[in-house]
Design a protein around this ligand. Structure first.
Ligand code: IMP
Length: 424
C-alpha cells in the first residue's frame, strides 16, 4: 500500500512522528518537496531527532529513504544529518537515494534570502533564511542552477559556478551593496559534496517506479503544510514549493492515482511561524498557554510560533484540495487544562458568511471567525492509549472536529513519544 502524509495547516503539525510510526509498515519513505526549511521531530526513548531534509524514516534501520526531484537539497544540512545519525549507529549506506535532478541550495541562496528579507524590513515574509525561495527561483529561471547530477562533472561545474557567481555578485552589489562571494570557495565545497553525496545519487523516478512494480509499499512524506503551498496557500506568506498533497505527484514523478491513502496531519489547535493572516490567532494568554505547554518554538529557527484555536475552515480546505481520507490529530494533550476550547466553523468576510477557506490573503485578512465552543478537560491524557479512556470532553472535542471537517480522526497524538499515540 502506498500512503501520503501531508500537513493540513501552516506546517509543524507533527508529521515527523506520524511518518516515523507508519514507516514501520513501509519499505520506502520519500520526501517530495521543500528543503532544509522543514524540521521534523521524532522522539524515540531518550533520543530526540530533528530531521531537516532526511525523510523521517531515516531513523528506522531498515527503511529505504528517498529525496525526490522537487526537494531542494542543502548539502551541508544533509551531510550533517547523515553524520549525526551515524554517531548514533544509524547508517544510511545503501538505503538513502537522492534524485540526480534535485536542485542544490548553495551559500549564495542563503545570502540572497537573508539580504532580501532584511531589505523588506517590516514587509518581510519571515522566511527560515535557508535559501529556499532563491533556490526555487533559480530552478524556475533555469539559467543559473546546479542539480545533484551536476556534481558528477566537476570541470564543467567549475565554469558554470563562475558564471552564476559573477551574476549573483552583480545583484548583491547593485541591490544590497553586499560583499561579493567567492566562486572558488563554493566550488571547493561542491567537490566535498560530490565526494560525500554522489554515492547516494540516482534516478529516483526510475527507482520508485521499479519499487512500485515490485510490490514495495511507499510512504510519501510532505513537508510544511497545505496552507504554505505556493499556489494554493496564503500567498505571498507561503513557502516556494507545492507543500500540499498536490505537490506529491509532480515532486517525485509518481502519479497521484498510485497512492492508496492520504493521511492529513493537523494539530488540535493551530500554529504559524512567519508573517501572514491567521484568523484564529490568539495573541493573548491563551496563545501563550498553548505556546508554553506545546513547546511551540521552531525546530529549524527556534522562533516562537504564533498560536490559536483549531480552524475547521482552513483544515476542511486542506482536506478538500488534498482528497484527504483521514486525519491524524496531534498534540491533544497541549489543550489539557483549558476551561473552554473553540473551533472556528465559518468565517464572515465583508458581511458574508462562508465555510470555504479563501486562499487569497486580501480576503482572508478580513475574515472574522465564527466559533463553536466546547468544554475542556483537566485530566492528564498523556498515558491514555484508547479513545474510550479519554475524558468525555476530549472525546467530544474530537467528534466536533470530525463533524466540522467531514473526515474521521483515526490517529490521536497525546505526547511526543511513539507510544503516546491512540489509533482508532
Ligand atoms: P521559507 O520556506 O523559508 O521560504 O519560508 C516561507 C514561509 O514558510 C515562512 O513563513 C516560514 O516560517 C514558513 N515555513 C517554512 N518551512 C516551514 C516549516 O517547516 N514549518 C512551518 N513553517 C515553515
Amino acid at each position: 500500500m502506498n500512503c501520503c502524509i501531508v500537513g493540513l495547516q501552516w506546517g509543524d503539525e507533527g508529521k515527523g512522528k506520524i511518518v516515523d510510526i507508519l514507516a514501520e509498515h513501509s519499505d520506502i519513505v520519500v520526501r517530495y518537496s521543500g528543503g532544509a526549511n522543514a524540521g521534523h521531530t521524532v522522539v524515540v526513548g531518550d533520543s530526540r531527532f530533528a530531521l531537516h531534509i532526511l525523510p523521517s524514516g531515516a531513523i528506522r534501520p531498515n527503511t529505504v529513504c528517498v529525496i525526490a526531484s522537487a526537494v531542494v537539497v542543502d548539502p551541508d544540512v544533509l551531510i550533517k544529518g547523515i553524520q549525526t545519525l551515524a554517531q548514533k549507529n544509524i547508517t544510511l549506506t545503501k538505503r538513502l537515494f537522492i534524485s540526480e535532478n534535485a536542485h542544490i541550495v548553495l551559500d549564495y541562496h542563503k545570502k540572497e534570502d537573508q539580504l532580501r528579507e532584511e531589505a523588506l524590513g517590516k514587509n518581510k515574509l519571515g522566511t527560515t533564511i535557508r535559501g529556499i525561495g532563491p533556490c526555487y527561483a533559480d530552478k524556475v529561471g533555469r539559467s543559473y542552477t546546479v542539480r545533484m547530477g551536476d556534481l558528477r562533472d566537476l570541470e564543467k561545474l567549475k565554469a558554470r559556478l563562475q558564471t552564476i557567481v559573477d551574476y549573483k555578485n552583480k545583484i548583491f552589489a547593485a541591490l544590497y551593496k553586499a560583499e561579493p562571494i567567492s566562486a572558488d570557495e563554493i566550488f571547493e565545497k561542491c567537490k566535498s559534496y560530490a565526494d560525500k553525496l554522489l554515492p547516494f545519487t540516482i534516478d529516483t523516478t526510475e527507482f520508485l517506479h521499479k519499487a512500485i512494480a515490485g510490490g514495495k509499499s511507499i510512504l510519501f512524506e510532505g513537508a510544511q503544510g497545505t496552507l504554505l503551498d505556493l499556489d494554493h496557500g496564503t500567498f505571498p506568506f507561503v513557502t516556494s514549493s507545492n507543500s500540499s498533497a498536490l505537490g506529491m505527484p509532480a515532486g517525485c514523478g509518481v502519479p497521484a492515482k498510485m497512492v492508496d491513502k492520504l493521511i492529513g496531519v493537523a494539530k488540535a489547535y493551530t500554529t504559524r511561524v512567519g508573517a501572514g493572516p491567521f484568523p484564529t490567532e490568539q495573541d493573548n494568554e491563551i496563545g501563550q498557554y498553548i505556546r508554553d505547554k506545546g513547546q511551540e518554538y521552531g525546530t529549524t529557527t527556534g522562533r516562537p510560533r504564533r498560536c490559536g484555536w483549531f480552524d475547521a475552515v482552513a483544515v476542511s480546505y486542506a482536506v478538500t484540495i488534498g482528497a484527504i481520507d483521514c486525519i491524524a490529530l496531534m498534540h491533544l494533550d497541549t489543550l489539557t487544562g483549558l476551561k473552554e476550547i473553540k473551533i472556528a466553523t465559518a468565517y464572515e468576510i465583508n458581511g458574508k458568511q462562508t465555510s470555504f477557506f479563501p486562499a487569497n490573503t486580501t480576503r482572508l485578512s478580513k475574515a472574522e471567525c465564527i466559533y463553536e465552543t466546547v468544554s475542556g478537560w483537566e485530566e492528564d491524557i498523556t498515558t491514555v492509549s484508547n479513545f474510550d479512556d479519554l475524558p468525555l470532553n476530549a472525546q467530544n472535542y474530537i467528534c466536533r472536529i470530525e463533524e466540522n471537517t467531514g473526515k474521521p480522526i483515526t490517529i490521536i497524538g497525546v505526547g511526543p513519544e511513539r507510544n503516546q499515540t491512540i489509533f482508532r
